[in-house]
Write a protein that binds this ligand. Sequence first.
Ligand SMILES: Nc1ncnc2c1ncn2[C@@H]1O[C@H](COP(=O)(O)OP(=O)(O)OP(=O)(O)O)[C@@H](O)[C@H]1O
Length: 325
Amino acid sequence: MPVLCMISIRCLLLHQQYSVSVRSMFRRLFSTSLAPSNLHHRSYRNLQNAFTLPNPTLNLLSKTCPAARFQTIKAFRRFSCSYSQMGEARRPLSVPIPAVDKADRSELLRALEASLGSAFSSEPLCPNPSPLIIVISGPSGVGKDAVIKKLREAREGLHFVVTATSRAKRPDEVDGKDYYFVSKEEFLSMVERDELLEYALVYGDYKGIPKQQIREYMGKGYDIVLRVDIQGAQTLRRILGQSAIFIFLVAESEMAMVERLIDRKTESAESLLVRIATAREEVKHVRNFDYVVANAKGKLENAVEVVKSIIDAEKARVQQRRAVV
Ligand SMILES: Nc1ncnc2c1ncn2[C@@H]1O[C@H](COP(=O)(O)OP(=O)(O)OP(=O)(O)O)[C@@H](O)[C@H]1O
């Protein structure tokens, strides 16, 4: 019995080798021209008969190894099915195609359309991109605002959501542009009215993302850019899942990140310590993001280029992300 099984497997291998080589020979034969002759069809029918003729090898196999026979039949079905699809596109031409060096383009187009049985479509072959939600996050002082500022200058069709915050305005910040500066009480009543997609208490101040702004701009076809801290990004991942793109911004090293925060001169000594300690932990969250982008010292432009490329790549995805807020 084991001997019989080994013989059967050998036979199967030989049979499969034979069908593979015949298949590739066959493909070559049929892929040479758009105008197959009857000969091709006859050859195909002969070959099909050869496959379906009572075959002692197959019979032997079916008795000894039913699974092997099933595989062989499956392989043949796949082969004949792909042939018939191929055959549809290569059926004999009903309209002669004029010589390409003699006919003009419109003549050729008409003849090709008539032969194929339908007009060529001018509909775009690329996916119609749906508006994206791009979440940009990273440790404190890594350059999120700097990257977003450059991105704003470099690219149209993006809406940068203005976050509501209860923190005090810095001297160089503009209300309604950098943040919506609101009191703690105002912020909490927005929470009660369920007006925020996500909110958090960050270093003693509230920050939150107004839903209405996102809906309005997505409705107009804009891509949405959200700038959030790591805590916010985690919450957004839970809410939006894979429907949004999550980009993690990092400095080239921890030292570079600390120097950048010191040089900014916006933090007190205590706040600097808290931010740096937090940033150390936050870097570990990179695995929850889709992309990581380095914003190296003096290379802000590079970081912005990478973010732009990510957006371009996402626009070309076959399976588009569809965020609903
Ligand atoms: N590639 C870079 N090279 C040099 N300096 C940079 C670069 N990117 C940003 N900076 C500077 O680093 C400082 C921190 O940047 P930024 O305020 O954009 O960080 P952030 O991530 O938004 O910080 P936070 O989360 O604390 O608000 C700023 O002074 C900014 O000008």
